[in-house]
Design a protein around this ligand. Sequence first.
Ligand SMILES: NC(=O)C1=CN([C@@H]2O[C@H](COP(=O)(O)OP(=O)(O)OC[C@H]3O[C@@H](n4cnc5c(N)ncnc54)[C@H](O)[C@@H]3O)[C@@H](O)[C@H]2O)C=CC1
Ligand SMILES: CC(=O)C(=O)O
Ligand SMILES: [Mg+2]
Length: 372
Amino acid sequence: MRIGTPKEIKNHEYRVGLTPAGVRELRSHGHEILIQKGAGLGIGLADAAYVAAGAEIVETAVELFARAEMVIKVKEPQPVECQMLRKGQVLFTYLHLAPDPKQTQGLVDSGCIAIAYETVTDGRGGLPLLAPMSEVAGRMSIQAGAHAMEKAQGGNGVLMGGVPGVEPANVVVIGGGVVGYNAARVAVGMGAKVTILDRSLPRLGWLDTVFEGRLKTLYSTADALETCLADADLVIGAVLVPGAAAPKLVTRAMLRHMKPGTVIVDVAIDQGGCFETSRATTHQNPTYVEEDIVHYCVANMPGGVARTSTFALTNATLPYAIALANKGYRKALIDDANLREGLNVHEGRVTYKAVAEVLGYDYQPALEALKA
Ligand SMILES: NC(=O)C1=CN([C@@H]2O[C@H](COP(=O)(O)OP(=O)(O)OC[C@H]3O[C@@H](n4cnc5c(N)ncnc54)[C@H](O)[C@@H]3O)[C@@H](O)[C@H]2O)C=CC1
Ligand SMILES: CC(=O)C(=O)O
Ligand SMILES: [Mg+2]
C-alpha cells in the first residue's frame, strides 16, 4: 500500500504521524511511504532520517494526498486537508467529530474512510490510541495549570506545593480516567492537596488503592462538584463519554462561586469541553479569563511537547497502521472489532453512533458499511 504522512498544519502542532522507525517497519512489510518535506523537522526528525528508513520525500501536501492510498497523521484534518481527501482513501488520525459538524460534513462529502484514533478500543474498556496522549495531557495539565496560577498569568498567586508553614494548592480533577490519573500523579508529586471525582465506583476504588490515601476520591454529583469548586485553586476537566460530546458539568453559575483567579484546564475541550464557558484555545494564546476564572483550553496539548508525544503516539498506532496496510482497511476492520470501533465515516456515511446521533446523521453500523 502507498502510505502518506503530511506535515501537520494546526497551530503550533509539531507532532508527526510516522517516525523513521515506523517507516522502516512498514517498508519491511513491502509498503511504499511518502513523507511531506519537513514533516518532522520541528522535533529533530530530519528528512534524511526518513529517506534512510526508506521513505520518499514529497514536496507538497497536495501531491502527498493525491498519491497516498492511506494518510496517517495526528490532528483532525483542517478544512484545506478535507478538500484534498477523496473517495476510497483511508484517513487514520484523531478526528473528535462529535463537537465538530464542519469537519464531519467535510469527511462525509469527501467519500473517504475515516478511522479515528480516539475511538479505537482494546476490549478491556480502554482506548489504546487515545491513552498515550491522555498520559501526556494529564501530566501537562498540572504544568500548564501551575504556570497559569502565577499572578502575572492571571492566576491567584498560589504555589502548587506551598512551602513549610503555608497551605499547598487545592487541585480538583473531574474524571479519573487516564488524563485524571496522570494529572493527579503529578499534582500529588508536587505536594498539592488533590481531590478526584468520577462516576465510576470501580475507578474510584482503583485510584484510592493506587494513591494509598495521598488524595481524596469523591463520587461525582453536581453537589460534590459545587462544594469542591468553591475551594479550588486549579480544576482539571478530564471526563469522557467515548465518541460523544463532553457533558457540561460546570456551569457559568458555578464559576461565580469560585475564588477569583482560580485556573481551569479543560483537557476535555477536544470533545467540546466540560465547562459551559470553555472554548478551544491554541498554544499561541492558551488562556482567557471569564467570570474571573482563568481558562486554559488548548485542544492539542500534547503538541506542546511534540517530541515526547510523537514517539508515545506512534508506538501505539504503528501496529494498527501495519494491520490496515497489510490486510487492506476492509479486512483489517472486519477482522478486528476493536479497530472497527475507530471507523467514524465510511464513503459518505457516518458509522459511529454517538457522532451520528449528536450531529443528526443517519447512522450506518460499521460492519454493515464494510460488508455492503
Ligand atoms: N486537550 C488535549 O490535548 C487532549 C484531550 N484529551 C481528552 O481528555 C478527555 C479524557 O480522556 P481520558 O482520560 O483518556 O478518558 P478516560 O475514558 O480514560 O477517562 C474519562 C473518565 O471520565 C469519567 N466520567 C465520565 N462521565 C463523568 C461524569 N459525569 N463525572 C465524572 N466523571 C465522569 C469516566 O468514568 C472516566 O473514568 C477526552 O475528551 C480526551 O479526548 C486527551 C488527550 C489530549
Ligand atoms: C488526543 C488529541 O486530541 C491530541 O493529542 O491532540
Ligand atoms: Mg485534541
